[in-house]
Ligand binder design. Structure first.
Ligand SMILES: NC(=O)c1ccc[n+]([C@@H]2O[C@H](COP(=O)([O-])OP(=O)(O)OC[C@H]3O[C@@H](n4cnc5c(N)ncnc54)[C@H](OP(=O)(O)O)[C@@H]3O)[C@@H](O)[C@H]2O)c1
Length: 329
């Protein structure tokens, strides 16, 4: 059946400006790292992407290597574009990245011009797109001059293959340098994609200051710590969870290591009358420097619960203190 998006999808209108750019992103964006690969059920993927778009989620984040197998998330996304979303291409912000190992040999990972440009070409082909909205350097490369990596990003914009560029997991210092190079080339750095959540706050140690100074947006990945900051693991590791999957990136040892903190955080959430996932998202989005929280999901129900976090009351100083105390356990 032909898909018709909900006519009310923009009624709530929760979008934030990306740094000092003209691009707005939804407060919650959907990433296709897990649960969108060749090993996953396409109909579940379709239901999640349709639901997300129907709720005003305009931004979908991919990378060359998402799967498994690597590349299959982009291939599946092409199918969803073909069947559902392609008529709405101009309403979508689609991002992809290159940086991690994608193909064998010396040109299949890191940050050379050779790798980034050919990987972008491959991603465009896999998704059936003429351009992506944002192309990222997925990780800093210690062995390639930053000028070369940023030059490749600038080239992708100038050749029409990307509208904007971003960087992921660059330190505060590397971000400052990358932003200066991009500025000198005339292609500003739109956005930074770092890991950030209640349990991992490294960006507060210098990076957010740089992003504010430079007018760069920030889209934290793993805002739910891969599912740790949800009701998923409060008692045990469910069979259908990421931690239980052989290809999942969440280690069972990490679940065990964080269990006490998660349970204490769940109590803080209950006191506020929200779920742990909702508390975690409200916490990540509490600062204006944050443009969007980049979630993952394995069901429509999870996306629905997560979207309900938006528009909640500000976290009080007592609640923030209780969250910090839970993390110190
Ligand atoms: N730039 C980078 O290096 C990088 C690295 C990692 C991720 N990313 C991006 O960030 C995106 C998000 O990463 P992530 O998937 O780790 O994010 P996350 O939001 O921290 O975790 C998502 C997982 O949490 C669980 N979950 C979500 N909502 C839930 C709810 N309401 N109740 C119970 N469980 C819930 C699901 O686990 P189950 O699957 O177990 O149900 C879901 O797969 C990725 O798709 C990717 O686009 C980027």
């Amino acid at each position: 059946m032909n898909y018709l998006p909900s006519p009310t999808r923009y009624d709530v209108g929760r979008y934030r400006r990306t740094g000092r750019s003209g691009l707005h992103l939804p407060e919650i964006s959907l990433g296709l790292w897990h649960n969108f690969g060749g090993v996953d059920v396409l109909e579940t993927q379709r239901a999640m992407v349709r639901f997300a778009f129907d709720q005003g989620i305009t931004h979908f984040d991919l990378a060359n290597n998402y799967g498994p197998p690597p590349g299959s998330a982009e291939e599946n996304f092409k199918q969803l574009l073909d069947s559902d979303l392609r008529p709405f291409r101009d309403e979508l912000v689609i991002s992809t990245k290159a940086g991690y190992r994608m193909w064998p040999g010396p040109y299949g990972e890191w940050g050379s011009r050779k790798y980034l440009i050919s990987s972008c070409d491959q991603s465009l082909k896999r998704m059936g797109l003429e351009y992506v909205d944002i192309f990222y350097s997925h990780r800093p490369d210690p062995n390639t001059p930053l000028e070369e990596t940023m030059g490749a990003l600038d080239h992708l914009v100038r050749s029409g293959k990307a509208l904007y560029v971003g960087i992921s997991s660059y330190s505060a210092e590397q971000t400052k340098e990358a932003a200066a190079i991009l500025k000198s080339l005339g292609t500003p750095c739109l956005i930074h994609q770092p890991v950030y959540n209640i349990l991992n706050r490294w960006i507060e140690d210098g990076l957010t200051d740089v992003l504010e100074d430079e007018g760069i947006g920030c889209i934290p990945f793993c805002p739910l710590a891969q599912g740790l900051l949800t009701n998923r693991y409060l008692e045990r590791i469910p069979e259908d969870s990421r931690a239980a999957k052989s290809h999942g990136f969440l280690q069972t040892s990490e679940v065990e290591r964080q269990q006490v903190r998660i349970q204490a955080l769940a109590a803080v959430a209950a006191g506020r009358g929200v779920s742990l996932a909702q508390l975690a998202l409200q916490w990540v989005l509490r600062k204006p420097v944050i443009t969007s929280a980049l979630i993952g999901a394995s069901s429509v129900k999870q996306i629905e619960e997560n979207l309900a976090a938006l528009g909640g009351a500000e976290l009080s100083s007592d609640e923030l203190a209780a969250i910090d105390a839970a993390c110190a356990l």
